[in-house]
Design a protein around this ligand. Structure first.
Ligand code: GDP
Length: 302
């Protein structure tokens, strides 16, 4: 399983917990929990979630519910899993009943937006879904070429900008219209990469969202934020800002095959209450997997 190949750093950090808990006894609870706190922090869990986890363990230990190191370890894993599951419900795509369903993919440059869109197209096509791609990244000259390669690779139709000054919202609106008229199931919309601090580009995203909603009511059905898994806790302010501006419905975490930081995944889900829907585990067409919270927890606390 490729998800097990990433996170090696996180896994090494967290492996220390096993040693720590091996010699745990009640009288050493404070010291052990302090060290556990350190370990979670260096594994990018973030202060808020770390305190939440540690205090919940302390409570259970003092209440006599956890009586051995291995019980504490299990409780720790369960705590993380419960967090991911309670805050990250609806981890499957919610495409509604109107055709076409519209999925908008947003994120900063280089995070893996276009690649993820291509891999998602491949996944959906294999499920028999009729896909139309929309090249809504009208800023970067090479972006639509890159998406056209993915369209070819996955046998998808694609709508690209007509003329150099085409607005992103116009391209997306045209694509969704075509999708509606020609009976597509899903329109997958690429957007320009942008820093979450770039006001005018964030405004453009709002315009894109409105434009597709005018063609099919309820669209976009999904607004997926692509986050680079190797950026650690830096993904938090990004996610917060995108969510405030356009309302994110799900996350795609990319590059989990590399040196991804596991803890921040939990942090983002907990803080924003947004589910991770897919994870990217490589650059090939098949390297996008639905997020499996249990597999994730087992991968980082193996
Ligand atoms: P965009 O600017 O957000 O559209 O990013 P791209 O889709 O162009 O991806 C940027 C780089 O990251 C490319 O070289 C991709 O091949 C690479 N990439 C994207 N997703 C993954 C992933 O899950 N794993 C790995 N290893 N590389 C990825």
């Amino acid at each position: 399983d490729k998800i097990f190949s990433g996170f090696s750093k996180t896994r090494d950090n967290l492996a220390v917990i096993d040693e720590l808990l091996l010699y745990w006894n009640l009288s050493e609870t404070d010291r052990v929990l302090d060290e556990l706190e350190e370990i979670l922090l260096v594994s990018d869990f973030g202060p808020k979630i770390t305190i939440k986890i540690v205090e919940s363990l302390r409570e259970d230990i003092l209440a006599g519910k956890l009586k051995s190191g291995s019980e504490i370890k299990e409780a720790l894993k369960k705590c993380v899993l419960d967090l991911l599951k309670s805050k990250g419900k609806k981890s499957e795509l919610q495409l509604g009943f109107r055709k076409p369903a519209v999925i908008m993919i947003v994120g900063v440059n280089g995070g893996g937006k276009t690649t993820s869109l291509g891999k998602l197209a491949y996944r959906l096509k294999n499920e028999g879904v009729k896909i139309l791609m929309a090249a809504g990244d009208t800023y970067r000259a090479a972006a639509s070429d890159q998406l056209e390669i993915w369209a070819e690779r996955t046998g998808s139709e694609i709508v690209v900008a007509e003329g150099e000054k085409a607005k992103a919202s116009t391209v997306l609106s045209q694509a969704v219209k075509k999708g509606k008229e020609e009976g597509y199931d899903v329109v997958l919309c690429d957007t320009s990469g942008r820093l979450h601090t770039n006001y005018s580009l964030m405004e453009e995203l709002i315009a894109c969202k409105k434009a597709v909603g005018k063609v099919v009511s309820g669209a976009p059905n999904e607004l997926l934020l692509v986050l680079d898994g190797t950026t650690g806790l830096n993904m938090l302010p990004q996610a917060r800002e995108f969510n405030e501006v356009v309302g994110i419905t799900g996350l795609i975490l990319t590059k989990l095959d590399g040196s991804a930081r596991g803890g921040c995944v939990v942090s983002v889900v907990d803080e924003l209450g947004i589910p991770v829907k897919f994870v990217g585990v490589g650059e090939g067409v098949e390297d996008l997997q639905p997020f499996d919270a249990e597999a994730f927890v087992n991968a980082i606390f193996s």
